[in-house]
Design a protein. Sequence first.
Length: 105
Amino acid sequence: MKVRAILFAAVLLLTAAMAGPLQAQPVVPGSTAFCLYEVPADDSGKRRWINLGIVQYVEATAREVKLVYGGGAFGAGHDTKIAVASMDEAQTVVEKLRRIAAACR
């Protein structure tokens, strides 16, 4: 009787192992070419996102975090500014940028 119980338990374990996790979610890879980060809306109320894949550099001060992109000859670049109240808040914004960019890898 013990042998039958052990075999039954082994079959259950093997079946569970072969089935995998019950609610496995497919892994969706990110893309460094299209990695969106929502920036605060301007006065028009439009929602805006910047593609982190094209950001060239980030500047942080106690008043703003500036993302610079699209630079070229003769000052052809653009920037987006995110207002902050302190350097700690700026660091929080930069850390959020890092987390989102890491998820896009």
